[in-house]
Design a protein around this ligand. Structure first.
Ligand code: TEU
Ligand code: CA
Length: 555
């Protein structure tokens, strides 16, 4: 297995809108991020992934880009970006950009041209089809944000495809000019000195030419067989790799809905010349009662099965990315741990141990290192996220589900849980802004915030800091082989990592109960690298505390 910097790195995701506001308009910005670089350096991370900062009308918080070479007005200027990049590099931190090229904003100049007439030079940059008749879309496909995936455009009396909102028209990657424009734009950012790309829904860029109706789901037809891992996906990624990625010392991570381990070996194989790693959604996008919407926790045995499958299948062949949450997911501790008081900190540390001891590159989503929790939404007016708002309309206002039944699912799964502002201190607005924030601050900021946690050596923050440091000191954490023990346990997640003569035992109690555990002989009395509980591990039979986690080394 080749050793590389991005395999050894820990990545921190910033959602700029909610990270730090420098000018009091209630919206996080680039100067705000720059002002907090020392905090990230102190935590010990290596790479920052910035969610989109490009010019955008913000229909989907920057995932709808109207100019790839300009900065969103609210976030600052290109000079602010250059300063951020420069200050980050000075501290040895790298910056990875979000690359959103499955679609643009409908306000991008390419789309404005494209929609203007059938013979415009940019017409074929997007995916246009005739309707079945004047008032029926070309097929039954549904968009990921609800409603049809087709929008009628009266100027030319045709429909355009949008797998996300109607303000996010899909680009036509089969058009070579589109690809070349994108590759040029990527090169332009690389020449600026950025350190990589996180590629938004990159598994969806190649579509089949034929676009038949999809199998019916709850409201619309399923487009995924025609739009995910499409016919030319690997060809286009190899082309991108050859023309851009391979020319720079940068990293690439694909967001690849629908990816399996088999496909990941192609997308992110050691020698396939596409991407360095991919995000899979087998764990976080498990289907619920109503599409993605559910309020149920995943059984631990299912969680272990999914994680273990990826750990073992990719080993030596492709590289894993490790994450519990991101800007599209609820907060990790609320979803997989226990955010009720008394257990929040210990379960957040347990989850961190479980993930950071695995094989792959770990991602920390802003605030996760503080054990930030889901938000106690009171009414629909608390939501800002287009997906949550549309889902509520589609499921409840249509009468399909009662509001009482849907509400807990929104609370448990809404993307806005992750988007409330970073909690910096216990002053009003959590030190995020001196104005009025664009989305509510979680009222628990007086208790959960960076200032108090950086001052407390037992905090979740310091625990993350220690885990990150351990990864730097122990190659077995990065490169070791993974093996699952006790696969049937509904309480314990136990695995080993092995590299040459070195072996680690990782034990995590996912339950809120005391649980018996027998330490395997080879680890009894051996060094404890980290533990979230005051316990001793020098005899075989021990009783684990609720949410206890520890790591032993055979050395
Ligand atoms: O997300 C893609 C994606 O598949 C999401 O729709 C995800 O499944 C869902 O949000 C989970 O609830 C990416 C971005 O991460 C997301 O923020 C964007 O809204 C989306 O692409 C469109 O660009
Ligand atoms: Ca601001």
């Amino acid at each position: 297995m080749k050793r590389t910097w991005w395999k050894e790195a820990v990545i921190y995701q910033i959602y700029p809108r909610s990270f730090m506001d420098s000018n009091g308009d209630g919206i996080g910005d680039l100067k705000g991020i720059t002002s907090r670089l020392d905090y990230l350096k102190y935590l010990g991370i290596d790479v920052i992934w910035l969610s989109p900062i490009y010019k955008s009308p913000n229909d989907d918080n920057g995932y709808d880009i109207s100019d790839y070479r300009a900065i969103m007005d609210e976030f600052g200027t290109m000079e602010d970006f250059d300063e951020l990049l420069n200050e980050a590099h000075k501290r040895g931190l790298r910056i990875v950009m979000d690359l959103v090229v499955n679609h643009t904003s409908d306000e991008h100049k390419w789309f404005m041209e494209s929609r203007s007439s059938k013979d415009n030079a940019c017409r074929d940059y997007y995916i246009w089809r005739e309707g079945k008749d004047n008032s029926t879309p070309p097929n039954n496909w549904g968009s990921c944000f609800g409603g049809s995936a087709w929008e009628y455009d009266k100027t030319t009396n045709m429909y355009y495809l949008h797998l996300f909102s109607k303000k996010q028209p899909d680009l036509n990657w089969d058009n070579i000019e589109v690809r070349n424009n994108i590759f040029d734009m990527m090169t332009w950012w690389c020449e600026k000195g950025i350190d990589g790309f996180r590629m938004d829904v990159i598994s969806m860029i190649s579509k089949t030419k034929e676009m038949p109706d999809g199998e019916m789901t709850d409201f619309y037809g399923d487009c995924s067989p025609y739009c995910i891992h499409g016919p030319n996906i690997h060809k286009y990624l190899q082309e991108m790799n050859e023309k851009v990625l391979s020319k720079y010392d940068i990293m690439s991570v694909g967001e690849t809905p629908g990816v399996t381990t088999e496909l990941a070996k192609q997308y992110a194989g050691e020698d396939t010349h596409e991407l360095n790693m991919v995000f899979h959604f087998e764990l976080v996008d498990t289907h619920g009662k109503y599409g993605k919407w559910t309020d149920e926790k995943l059984p631990l045995t299912d969680l272990k099965k999914i994680m273990s499958h990826w750990q073992t299948e990719l080993y030596g062949k492709a590289w894993n990315s490790l994450f519990w949450d991101n800007h599209d997911q609820p907060r990790a501790v609320s979803r997989f741990g226990d955010d009720t008081s008394g257990y929040r900190e210990i379960s957040a540390k347990m989850l961190a141990t479980c993930l950071h001891m695995m094989q792959g590159t770990p991602y920390i989503y802003q605030g996760e290192e503080l054990g930030m929790t889901n938000f106690p939404f009171q009414s629909m007016s608390d939501f800002r996220d287009i997906e949550s708002i549309n889902a509520y309309k589609e499921w409840c206002e249509s009468g399909q589900v009662s509001q009482e039944a849907f509400w807990p699912c929104l609370l448990f799964r809404s993307r806005d849980n992750a988007r409330t502002p970073m909690q910096w201190d216990d002053t009003p607005q959590a030190g995020f802004t001196c104005g009025s924030p664009w989305i509510s601050i979680n009222p628990n900021y007086t208790e959960i915030n960076a200032k108090s946690e950086t001052a407390d050596p037992d905090s979740v923050f310091h625990y993350y800091k220690k885990l990150i440091a351990l990864r730097k000191q122990n190659p077995v954490i990065v490169y070791g082989r993974y093996e699952l023990l006790l696969s049937d346990s509904e309480e314990l997640y136990v695995y080993t990592r092995t590299l040459d003569n070195e072996k680690l035992l990782v034990v995590c109690n996912f339950s809120g109960r005391e649980t018996d555990f027998a330490i395997p002989d080879e680890f009894v009395g051996k060094a404890c690298l980290i533990s979230n509980a005051e316990n001793t591990y020098d005899k075989a039979d021990i009783i684990l505390k609720p949410y206890e986690a520890f790591v032993l080394s055979n050395k």
